[in-house]
Design a protein around this ligand. Structure first.
Ligand code: 5GP
Length: 174
């Protein structure tokens, strides 16, 4: 797979505009509250930075690295923690910031894990959503873009840890 196999799906400008809208929604819903953002590494780190720079609330950051893909374009179905949270999230209003919800397995695992760690509230903000691929019925509270059932790269999305730094989202044109 190389870059010529991909076509632009969502431009840099579209992403920027949508992030402004999401930030406003989040500020309204969390008015006066501190937010503990849990960034799901590594795909969501670009989204997390660019989104939260637009949010005025007091934000604490936690990072968790999960894996279900094993460097392939198909999910293995098993979710595991590669790097865990650093600090306790007990009693915190947690906002998970994720790159994409595909089958829903990763988010289902993470929401249960954070609730088990006694977060006060857990919400999900995802840059992309592929509802057509869902295996587990899970919905995000904030969705950047609903995308078709195509493999995407760019803006944090990778293939073999490459192309994350493309400023737009592109899809595999098969
Ligand atoms: P789920 O557990 O919902 O099936 O998968 C979530 C994870 O699969 C995401 O965090 C992401 O890392 C990966 N993933 C799902 N679809 C895509 C895609 O189209 N492109 C890339 N690069 N990763 C994807």
């Amino acid at each position: 797979m190389n870059l010529d196999d991909f076509k632009v799906l969502i431009s840099k400008e579209e992403i920027e505009n949508r992030l402004c809208e999401l930030a406003k929604e989040i500020e309204k819903d969390y008015e006066g509250k501190e937010i503990t953002v849990v960034c799901v590494m590594r795909g969501a780190c670009f989204f997390t930075v660019n989104l939260t720079l637009k949010i005025k609330n007091l934000i604490k950051y936690e990072f968790i690295e999960l894996s279900s893909y094993d460097d392939k374009t198909e999910s293995s179905g098993k979710v595991r923690i590669v790097n865990d949270l650093r600090n306790s999230i007990e009693g915190k209003d947690v906002l998970i910031v994720e790159d994409i919800i595909d089958t829903g397995r990763t988010m289902d695992f993470l929401v249960k894990y954070l609730k088990h760690k006694n977060a006060k509230s857990v919400k999900i903000c995802t840059l992309a959503d592929k509802p057509s691929r869902r295996v587990i019925d899970i919905k995000a509270d904030y969705v950047g873009f609903t995308v078709p059932n195509k493999f995407i790269i760019g803006y944090g999305f990778d293939v073999d840890n490459k192309y994350r730094n493309l400023p737009y989202i592109a899809y595999l044109d098969e």
